[in-house]
Design a protein around this ligand. Structure first.
Ligand code: B12
Ligand code: SF4
Length: 519
């Protein structure tokens, strides 16, 4: 029997981290990293397993020092913190292993600091390692030869998480994506053939997550619609389960823009109660889309703007990922990005500077062209040396764009265009359900109204800037007057909290000329 502790290191402040909004929402972290409860489920029962997420609780090094094995996960933005933790553990003589997205692409990064590394997926290598370890013959590097058969993945041990600290739960339906974007390491690590779980597995995971009282969940797939044909029956089954259970979950997910070409798929996503879809749009500059081989976004069946609006009109809110600094971008790109957000009314855009992740085709190309900054501390926020602008122009244009997108008036104008002018309806499926279940409707609406009120009071008590508070009140009043629906009111108050996060983050970037978590 081994005493095993799995650790998720602290994140720095980031767009996705929601650090400025979380205290308003009474939470400590956006969502639990999906790999740790999964690795726990893959661990034979005779071992003792503990999960420590530094984003919700401090690391107790004395406790870790007593463990037989400490496992660390982490992505690129956690790499410095991972090193600090590993140094601390090495000084105490702890046996450590490291896996996850960063070490999978930069295998030598923790050289001399850890005993074992895991490259890529670990559904077979993790149990194999535990067996090797028990027999005193473990290897220093494990890499799965075959990709994981997703139909054999067990239900994650959600019960080991301190779930009350998280805003969302995390659940995975599939892995892999069929596309070939030049900058993407997902397809390097997980492949281009999407692999899905069965409906039975997914529903068993939903049942398990429901016991942990997490009503909102992020479907953490690389691209939920990577295999459109295979995902449809799965969504149909999830939709049927949701309807039978009274819609216990609201989902957020990630998908590619070719979603807009499939009405049936959008309908099924809505029926499953997916409310938000994050789409990697990257850029309105078509030459840059071609450069980066993001052909699925290049004009077909309508412009980018038309396609985004089509997804929104179906009832799915679109959040997006955008990139500046492609070889075909010059300083005009910042205005073009602004204009794109205005035309689509997308409120939540995660903008980053093009970065080259090791093992990707982009990394190889830029290295051969001598355009990679190899320093681990990225003073310009990216390791890519741009072609058609200086590094300063890229950094300053990027910071300016962030500030611009989260300018209070521009942000709320997008909200009002979407919800008041275009009458965006995020609750179509529940409205249909409520017509047959009036008692549930009354209950849900009362709860939404109470939640909205509680959050509103927190905003008014905790946002220090009186001008910001005044704008929030004004915009909420307009919303109530024109669409007096408790669910929309709750969404509006949540949008204020999210605005507060993005606005605070972008202001900090401007003031300190500091780049938050792009590379
Ligand atoms: C869902 C997701 C998110 C979610 C949730 C993130 C979270 N906190 O968990 C959100 C949307 C919030 C997010 C945010 C970000 N993300 Co993200 N995200 C993903 C995505 C699509 C899926 C991750 C996931 O849950 N997978 C499911 C689990 C089960 O898979 P896994 O973690 O890989 O674990 C398996 C193996 O790696 C291994 N393993 C993992 N850890 C360990 C540890 C040990 C000890 C062992 C033995 C094995 C092992 O075993 C697991 C089972 O096979 C990945 C893409 C991908 N496929 O990796 C990107 C990805 C991880 N994200 C990435 C990035 C850059 C970010 C951001 C930094 C973006 C930004 N600039 O702000 C932010 C981080 C901010 C934050 N505070 O969270 C990059 C990381 C690049 C890298 N190679 O390090 C990825 C790879 C996508 C990409 N290329 O852009 N992300
Ligand atoms: S669509 Fe997304 S996941 Fe698929 S290859 Fe492109 S960036 Fe990667």
């Amino acid at each position: 029997m081994a005493d095993i502790v799995l650790v998720n290191p602290r994140f720095e402040v980031s767009y996705w981290g929601l650090e400025h909004a979380l205290p308003l929402l009474g939470k400590k972290c956006n969502l639990p990293t999906a790999c740790l409860p999964l690795l726990a489920a893959l661990t034979p029962e005779h071992h003792r397993l503990t999960i420590v997420d530094e984003n919700v609780e401090p690391i107790d090094y004395d406790r870790l020092a007593r463990a037989d094995i400490v496992g660390l996960t982490g992505m690129i933005v956690q790499r410095h913190r991972m090193r600090e933790i590993l140094r601390e553990l090495r000084a105490r003589g702890v046996f450590t292993v490291v896996g996850g997205p960063w070490v999978s692409v930069q295998e030598d990064y923790f050289e001399g600091l850890t005993d074992v590394i895991f490259v890529g997926e670990a559904e077979t290598t993790w149990p194999q390692f535990l067996d090797d370890w028990a027999h005193g013959r473990y290897q220093h590097r494990y890499e799965q030869l075959e990709r994981t058969d997703m139909t054999s993945v067990p239900v994650p041990r959600y019960d080991l998480l301190k779930t009350r600290n998280y805003l969302f739960g995390s659940i995975q339906f599939s892995r892999g994506c069929p596309f070939q974007c030049e900058f993407c390491d997902i397809i390097v690590t997980f492949g281009r053939k999407p692999r899905l779980k069965t409906s039975g597995q997914v529903i068993a995971e939903l049942e398990a997550m429901r016991k942990q009282h997490l009503p909102m969940a992020f479907i953490v797939d690389d691209n939920l619609i990577g295999n459109k044909v295979a995902v449809k029956p799965l969504l149909r089954d999830v939709a049927a389960w949701q309807a039978a259970e009274g819609y216990p979950f609201t989902f957020f997910t990630e998908a590619s823009l070719n979603l807009a070409e499939d009405d049936e798929l959008m309908e099924l996503m809505i029926a499953a109660n997916i409310m938000v879809v994050f789409i990697g749009i990257e850029t309105p500059n078509e030459a840059s889309l071609r450069e980066t081989k993001k052909y699925q976004n290049v004009r077909k069946g309508g412009t980018l703007v038309d396609r985004v609006r089509k997804v929104q009109d179906s009832g799915l809110e679109v959040w997006c990922g955008m990139i500046v600094g492609f070889d075909h971008d010059d300083t005009a790109i910042f205005t073009a990005q602004h204009e794109f957000m205005r035309q689509t009314d997308i409120m939540h855009a995660m903008v980053g500077m093009l970065s080259a992740i090791p093992k990707t085709p982009l990394h190889a190309r830029l290295k051969s062209e001598g355009r990679l900054d190899l320093d681990d501390e990225q003073v310009f926020g990216t390791n890519v040396i741009p072609l058609n602008m200086s590094r300063e122009e890229l950094r300053d244009g990027y910071i300016g764009l962030m500030q611009d997108l989260y300018d209070t008036e521009f942000y709320f104008d997008r909200l009002e265009n979407l919800f008041l002018t275009r009458r965006f309806d995020p609750a179509r499926v529940r409205n249909d359900y409520w017509r047959q279940h009036p008692w549930q409707k009354w209950r849900s609406q009362s709860l939404d109204a109470l939640r909205a009120l509680g959050l509103f009071l927190r905003l008014m008590n905790n946002v220090p800037d009186p001008e910001l508070r005044r704008i929030y009140r004004r915009r909420m009043t307009r919303m109530i007057r024109r669409r007096p629906d408790p669910n929309l009111l709750l969404i509006c108050v949540l949008k204020c909290a999210l605005h507060y996060h993005h606005y605070t983050m972008s202001r900090a970037m401007v003031e300190q000329r500091m780049l938050v978590n792009t590379f």
